[in-house]
Unconditional design. Structure first.
Lengths: 395, 395
DNA sequence: CTCTTTTAATTTAGAGTCTATAGTAAGAGG
DNA sequence: CCTCTTACTATAGACTCTAAATTAAAAGAG
């Protein structure tokens, strides 16, 4: 099988390094003594793991204003002065690039490019933007994350199908960027990116099971379960837009009829409202009209919410998530829509299934997610994850 | 946090013991040399792990008819002569008890009791049945698994809600049985039990992501993802029966209208057919009538399949499983119904989502599952699971 | 200003694990 | 009987952990 086993003495120290990083991510900057209590290993072991992480520039030591007796401890934080990561978000009309410390906090406002129209230009534009953030005045760049508004085969690092950026379909973007930049790079679907950043520093901190409902041109959910993105057997988990909402409904671009996407996507909504209002409206217009109380808009939007709630209800029944995070321009502009959505969901969902499940707007973006993805990769590539799974009753 | 860390040198040997057991489960009886190739550690390490597992009576050594040159190897198998486990299935009308070797193969035909009508009688009946299988003529009993046709809080070992066995609701069955029997015991929901046994030795061998569609009085799915049963945040994942299938449909016992269960459960189907045929029919009658070609029956059954397919379609879209295993008396009696179900599913599901997903009947029962659960517990309690999760592109 | 107290960090000894390598065991074939 | 082949055992070297002793750096008491 595997040429050489991972089960070797040094696995232990890797595991402890990983535990140290996760403890600091969860509790913020800590001293070695605090980490000792938190992790449950000896001070000596913590010190050793920390020294290795300092060497790898994943952690930084800093003095704090001491207050108690005794020798003052040095506090450790995720590296922000010595190291950085770079996140890239490829969207339909623009590409965003930003650098961040290992805490996930962007250190600059994002640089915005308009999306090039060929693949080589895209790779080149990203290379230039990344290089301008990686000069010698900047901290050392440890990795690059790229979120893409497309179906991604994340294990192969390849774009699967990019409906709205056709030239990306099938491209081995991860390998091409890694090569062009000379720095480890990983690509991730935008929906999944939001999952990762919401968990790292957004609405789902320390939550293992939640959904991100992504409403854009289509409707999809990002599934975070057991602390990991869930891909399904072939990587297509989280499809919601092509669930049949009404039998013999409107024709969908997928060839079937009555898909949820024909009723509740932002794209469908602006189409319906455009024809009812007799002029072209986009999502921002809809939000404005909705907030101003336009009755036609309110009626259509609420109807879309009702249909959407049915689809979300299925997902809640099946996943029993601890939270549902809505990532949508319309919902961000009109937060009260969350209440409407929840109202319809409660009508069609078993209380046992939605009890304890909060519905909130996303607080992060795919750009944050691309950064969070690199950071997770850096921490998780140290060692595999230990997963306890005992369900035994001791006698 | 945890008093003492699990990350210690002996974790390595535990991990290797676990790898040895899983290799033998996957590949069948093996020699130490074969395990060495399979696992990727040194022969010496394998030999040490094996010797520890022999001591724990989880493995057995046996001579085989040698054929090649060289010193003949001793082959190792999961213990079946020296050790056994006992499985119990608590169903609405009967309780099944059987002993099995650690390979999961039952060593006896199941003993069948009619389900007692009080909790103490139930515990006592199980105690007697188990003790008659644990006398000194029998191999040593290493554990007991109990599958229950009810909602279970599997982490607490407690029955949550038992709609059809009311006296079980809220009972700490796992602790009570462990105490009564003096042997580690674990309880598991019947739907989940089928998941576990299908993966151990049924239709889902070596498959990490699949669903078990359980049609009985209700409709539910067991979700196996990443090789583990998925519970959701609060343990209620896999609900399908109370998905709203038609707005303003028939009143469901849950208080809402149009639940899938009112249209497609075996219970609903027999109700509808009883009233249309003018006489009481149960599931077995329906199967007979269906196979004999009765048009009314065929029409109603196909309509139920159509509704069911819509619900399954949602699950397939969201989970993208590698297989859907149907556990249902009606489907087992009429295997051609699978084709009907698949036909309707294909009508309402994105090809990308169901491609590569097979729909098959279950080959195991909750009793097999209760046995499989104990065996998993024995192997998995040795060490936590190592979960690699790298998605990085090496430069 | 010196000494004690307190907390932080390092060092060292002891036990456990792995790999690698050399050596022993048990059969088949000439 | 000897050699070849495969299976298994034993030992040395490197790495890890814990635990306990030692050193380091500050605050406070006298």
């Amino acid at each position: 099988m595997s040429q050489t086993s991972i089960v070797q003495p040094r696995l232990l120290s890797r595991l402890n390094e990983r535990l140290v990083l996760h403890a600091i991510q969860a509790k913020g900057p800590s001293t070695r003594a605090e980490l000792t209590d938190e992790i449950g290993v000896t001070f000596a072991t913590v010190a050793k793991a920390v020294s290795s992480l300092l060497q790898a520039q994943l952690l930084e030591e800093f003095d704090e204003l001491t207050v108690g007796r005794g020798r003052p401890a040095k506090r450790l934080r995720l590296a922000v002065d010595e190291s950085q990561v770079i996140g890239v978000a490829i969207e339909v009309d623009e590409v965003l690039v930003a650098a961040a410390g290992l805490d996930g906090e962007p250190r600059t406002t994002a640089e915005v490019l308009s999306t090039p129209s060929t693949y080589p230009e895209l790779v080149n534009a990203i290379r230039q933007a990344v290089e301008s953030l990686s000069t010698h005045e900047h901290p050392k760049t440890l990795g690059i994350g790229v979120s893409v508004a497309a179906q991604i085969d994340e294990s192969a690092g390849r774009v699967a199908v990019a409906a709205n950026l056709p030239y990306l379909s099938g491209k081995p973007l991860q390998a091409d960027l890694s090569e062009a930049l000379g720095i480890p790079c990983s690509i991730i679907r935008d929906t999944h990116a939001v999952c990762v950043s919401e968990r790292l520093r957004g609405a789902a901190k320390n939550l293992d099971n939640f959904l991100v409902l992504h409403l854009g041109v289509g409707i999809g959910v990002g599934v975070m379960m057991g602390g990991q993105i869930f891909f399904g057997q072939y990587g297509y988990a989280g499809e919601l837009g092509h669930t049949t909402a009404v039998t013999d409904g409107e024709l969908c671009h997928c060839g079937r009829r009555g898909c949820l996407e024909t009723l509740a996507s932002e794209w469908a909504l602006s189409g319906r409202l455009s024809s009812r209002l007799g002029r072209r409206v986009n999502v921002d217009d809809i939000a404005r009209l909705y907030l101003s109380g336009d009755p036609t808009t309110r009626q259509e939007v609420h109807e879309a919410c009702r249909q959407l709630a049915l689809g979300v209800s299925h997902a809640v029944h099946l996943f029993n998530p601890g939270k549902v995070i809505v990532y949508s321009r319309l919902f961000r502009a009109c937060p009260e829509l969350l209440l409407v959505l929840v109202h319809y969901i409660e009508e069609t969902t078993l209380p046992l299934s939605y009890q304890g499940c909060e519905f909130v707007n996303a607080t992060t973006t795919p750009l944050d997610g691309s950064i969070a993805r690199v950071i997770s990769n850096l921490t998780d590539s140290l060692a595999p994850r230990l997963l306890r799974e005992e369900r035994h009753q001791a006698t």
